[in-house]
Design a protein around this ligand. Structure first.
Ligand SMILES: [Zn+2]
Length: 375
């Protein structure tokens, strides 16, 4: 295997050369995840403003993220990988960047590492679970190893399951139904948030989503862990279902995961589909995201964080302007124009970060249809 040296953020990294990153690499490194790591740095900088940063990265691969947490956010980092070659490469990368006194790399299974630190009552201010595939197998251990008010970050790369291409896989992994919809990506992101929320509730903790987004081939969530009974109750109330009409585009959230649900669309009378359980509350904290924007180390990270910041005030779901316009016999409108007109009418509106054709707004289905009909 050939290795190369490259720059990412402030770090020099020694990584395997690969056209397509796979699990079989001696140390996993995916250059396409740079923006993911840029945002991780921004969020760690915000979280570190008021407390010392001790970060755990239990699936560290080549150590790019661990080194960047130390180098760019001033964190002390406990990193681990089950692959001994990856451990050697991550240690080498820590030395290369002169942070080996702050990046401690262990050869360990991720869950064992997290439970070991939790058992010793040495919890982390940030636990970052960044697996190849779903983070679900690691969430319970990650919650246990996160300090009160600390941040749990999780990446999911099994987007075909979450975004409705393979709904059966989603049921198996997340105990939730994903669905093909105009805003499938948001539904998948909310299913992932619900999985993190369940894991927290199982350990008598609530969550508060700080930032959640999807980019390229992955979904990513950051939540604050709150070990308080009130927070657990609030969290469980934010897990519900989504009803969606594939015929006319109407949708509505439904509180709770059990109980009666309408079977026909109130707008067109066709059958409704149901997705979830999923997170039905906001998926961003505007104040936290605004701070993260100031700390972001790249233009791409700033752009994504600003989008999540704007979406934080909008309710669940979005309107696919091209699909709706086609049903009304109209040419596809500009999403920016639709947003402008909705704002002029006093609504909150923004273009969704996950699809430039989707508009998120607090306007009702009927109000959006009326606006598109008038164009
Ligand atoms: Zn309908």
């Amino acid at each position: 295997m050939e290795f190369i040296e490259l720059t990412e953020g402030a770090a020099r990294l020694y990584v395997p050369r690969a056209e397509v990153p796979t699990r079989r690499l001696p140390a996993f490194y995916n250059p396409a995840m740079r923006v993911n790591r840029d945002i991780a740095v921004a969020i760690a900088r915000v979280h570190g403003q008021r407390r010392p940063l001790l970060v755990c990265e239990p699936l560290c691969g080549a150590g790019a993220r661990a080194v960047r947490y130390a180098l760019e956010a001033g964190a002390r980092v406990v990193a681990a990988d089950v692959n001994p070659q990856a451990v050697e490469i991550a240690r080498h990368n820590a030395q290369l960047n002169k942070v080996s006194n702050r990046v401690y790399v262990e050869h360990s299974d991720a869950r064992l590492l997290l439970h070991r630190y939790a058992f010793r009552n040495e919890r982390f201010s940030i636990v970052d679970v960044d697996p190849f595939g779903s983070p679900v197998p690691f969430l319970d251990a990650a919650v246990c190893a996160t300090l009160a008010e600390g941040i749990l970050a999780a990446t999911a790369t099994d987007t075909a399951a979450l975004f409705g291409t393979y709904p059966t896989k989603c049921v198996k992994k997340y105990a939730a139904k994903s669905i093909r919809a105009p805003f499938s990506k948001e539904i998948g992101l909310r299913i992932l948030l619900a999985a993190v929320a369940w894991a927290a509730c199982r350990h008598d903790c609530g969550i508060e989503p700080l930032c959640a987004y999807t980019e390229r081939h992955y979904a990513r969530v950051y939540v604050r862990i709150l070990p308080r009974p009130g927070a657990v109750t609030r969290t469980s109330k934010n897990i519900g279902r989504l009803m969606l009409c594939s015929s006319c585009g109407y949708f509505s959230p439904l509180r709770g995961i059990i109980g009666p649900q309408p079977s026909t669309c109130p707008h067109c009378g066709k059958a409704l589909s149901v997705a979830g359980p999923l997170w039905i509350g906001p998926y961003g904290d505007p104040r936290f995201c605004a701070e993260a924007v100031k700390q972001a180390p790249s233009a791409e990270a700033v752009k994504l964080l600003k989008s999540v910041l704007e979406e934080a005030a909008t309710p669940l779901g979005g309107y696919h302007t091209h699909h709706l316009a086609a049903k009304l016999g109209k040419p596809p409108p500009s999403s920016r124009q639709v947003v402008k007109l909705l704002r002029e009418r006093g609504f909150i509106a923004t273009v969704a970060h996950y699809d430039p054709r989707v508009v998120k707004t607090d306007a009702s289905f009927e109000e959006v249809v009326a606006l598109l009909s008038s164009l």
